[in-house]
Design a protein around this ligand. Structure first.
Ligand code: GDP
Length: 587
């Protein structure tokens, strides 16, 4: 534990850090410079960089990151004309606990998404009704989408249904879901699923949640709604929805509809014949065909407006998940969209957004990852180049983000040299052909003509439908690039008692094993006092004129030593026996 702890937000300027550490700014600038960063007193460095530099300087200070404030929902200033809106409910939980089954049962349909191993990367949104009430349901089919929702959709979520299998209990992704709900300031409703199973133990789930996660069931006097359900038999699903509505009602959820529509991009991909197909969730206002929409650096005019089942809509109000066509290019998953008056205004806004993104990308602020990368490059790093193609923008972002996490900042640096949405193209092959580049395709195809080109140019294309498998492959490929590690294992020591013969490259000598053991085919360091004279190979070991497999501490033995130059051993010299192996390293 460091003596002193400094708490900083995401970054600190060089000047401030020097002052806090009570060292001259020049010392800090000098240390940064040694690590390849040319910094001025006002330059910001992030907290990881700060910690690395402090460690390098040998200062015993621990730098802690200030706890991030909860994401919270963006609260719009509502007018007095605001009207009630449906709650937006995210269904989350550990894999295989029954999220998909529960949604299927609630929506009373087979979910349209084809899931590959339970991992898809965008948010799917649906609506269901209960009496005259509507509920918007967000599905985060895989872990990656879950992470994406945390990043982009926290502001949207009113209620989180946490699905816990009654026969399995609280698991890591359950805990993640609880954390998400809390950081997003969303209400929690627990669905204890699979109660039809014999091994179901809902009481145990409740005890776990109450004692470890401070979620106390109402029936025990707490304030967390927990409903025991079965997605399989349909038991208590109506009760679950009633409870969700009840919990949501306490929030008095409202939105304005007389304002320009705005919301979030939750999915985006290209489709032949339709162009850009973009999933949106409206937060405020009403979106209609013909509106000019802007999302990040993309804009367009709403051409078709469809509900979550693909039926055309005349308008879409707050909390409605929709699909639109008409964006001229693909907006990014997680971008906010707004409506503007004219195409001209839309163009101006996207231009501004583009400049801002470029500026942000070129910003001189140094991050810990940059620093680690620079340090690594100084150690002659290996580069692992990849091109990533994926079916939809959301998947692409997730795959790239996850790949960057595999890049542990070690000796192998992962570089994404190209990426895009859609099938693998001849262009990708050309880009990969002049280097050591692997093309990863996630949920995309490799057209036969492109495959032939790849084979001709010896470009490796690897297709995956499950993100974990893709990441495992990348990790293994990176491990292969690591130089194997040399591992030396000490075996024993011996003191020379007599030298019998000295030839050009062989010495025959005898001695006493003083610790451990000696055996043929090990290596030995020859030492006289502290000085190392040579490194030799033990070719044979003899005990009482007999070849021996092993000779242990306290025993006398004769040794045949192979040397690469003439070695004049003396009585009293010491041998340290060891083995040396090359071990493949793992990240
Ligand atoms: P997800 O990974 O959370 O989306 O889980 P799934 O919905 O894919 O369900 C995982 C497995 O549990 C599937 O084999 C389902 O048939 C099964 N399952 C889901 N809900 C229930 C339930 O209420 N009862 C029983 N017996 N099995 C269920």
């Amino acid at each position: 534990m460091a003596e002193k702890v400094i708490v900083i937000a995401d970054w600190i300027t060089v000047g401030e850090l020097a002052e806090t550490l009570n060292i001259p700014v020049t010392t800090l600038v000098g240390e940064l410079f040694k690590n390849g960063i040319v910094a001025t007193i006002n330059q910001r460095i992030d907290f990881e960089t700060a910690q690395i530099i402090v460690d390098e300087l040998g200062i015993d200070v621990e730098i802690q990151k200030k706890a991030v404030e909860s994401v919270g929902r963006t609260v719009h200033q509502l007018s007095d004309k605001a009207v009630p809106r449906p709650p937006i409910v995210a269904v989350m939980g550990h894999v295989d606990h029954g999220k998909t089954s529960l949604l299927d049962a609630i929506l009373n349909m087979k979910t349209v998404e084809g899931e590959a191993g339970g991992i898809t990367q965008h948010i799917s949104a649906y609506q269901t009704t209960r009496g005259d009430r509507t509920i918007t349901l967000l599905d985060t089919p895989g872990h990656e989408a879950f992470a994406a929702l945390r990043q982009h959709g926290a502001a949207l979520t009113d209620v989180v249904i946490i699905v816990v299998a009654a026969d399995d209990g609280v698991k890591p992704q359950t805990v993640e879901a609880i954390r998400f709900a809390r950081s997003a300031n969303a209400k929690i409703v627990v669905a204890i699923n699979k109660i039809d199973k014999e091994a179901a133990n809902p009481q145990l789930v409740k005890t776990q949640l109450a004692t470890e996660y401070d979620l106390n069931p109402e029936e025990w006097g707490g304030d967390t709604v927990m409903v025991e359900v079965s997605a399989k038999t349909g038991q208590n699903l109506d009760k679950l929805l009633d409870m969700v509505l009840l919990v949501a009602d306490l929030e008095e959820l409202k939105a304005d509809i007389d304002v320009p529509a705005e919301g979030l991009v939750i999915e985006s991909h290209m489709e032949q014949g339709r162009g850009s197909v973009v999933g949106l969730l409206v937060e405020q206002g009403e979106l209609k065909p013909g509106h000019f929409m802007v999302a990040g650096t993309a804009y367009g005019k709403v051409r078709t407006l469809l509900d979550f089942q693909g039926k055309p809509l005349r308008s879409a109000g707050p909390s409605t998940p929709i699909t639109v066509t008409g964006f001229k290019e693909l907006p990014q998953f997680g971008d906010e969209f707004v409506i503007v008056k004219s195409e001209k205004e839309a163009r101006q806004m996207t231009e501004k957004a583009r400049i801002e993104r470029e500026k942000a990308a070129a910003s001189t602020n140094v991050t810990g990852a940059d620093l680690l990368k620079m340090m690594t490059q100084q150690r002659e790093s290996q580069e692992f180049n990849v091109i990533v193609k994926a079916d939809v923008q959301g998947s692409l972002t997730s795959v790239i983000d996850s790949l960057r996490l595999v890049d542990t900042g070690g000796e192998v640096t992962l570089r994404v040299i190209g990426s895009g949405v859609g099938a693998i193209s001849e262009n990708d092959i050309r880009l990969a052909a002049d280097g050591n580049t692997i093309i990863y395709g996630f949920n995309v195809e490799l057209p036969p003509a492109v495959k032939r080109l790849a084979m001709r140019d010896k470009v490796q294309v690897r297709l995956f439908k499950v993100i974990y498998e893709l990441l495992d492959d990348a990790r293994q490929s990176m491990e292969q690039l690591l130089a194997p590690e040399v591992v030396e294992t000490e075996m024993g020591t011996l003191t020379i008692k007599g030298v019998f013969r000295t030839l050009k490259d062989v010495v025959i000598a005898g001695g006493e094993v003083t610790s451990g053991k000696v055996m043929p085919n090990v290596l030995a360091r020859v030492k006289r006092g502290d000085e190392q004279l040579a490194e030799v190979e033990v070719t044979s070991v003899q005990r009482q004129q007999q070849e021996a497999k092993e000779v242990f501490e306290g025993e006398l033995c004769g040794l045949s030593l192979k040397t690469d130059k003439k070695l004049l051993l003396e009585e009293g010299d010491k041998l340290e026996f060891f083995t040396r192996e090359l071990v493949n390293r793992t990240l």
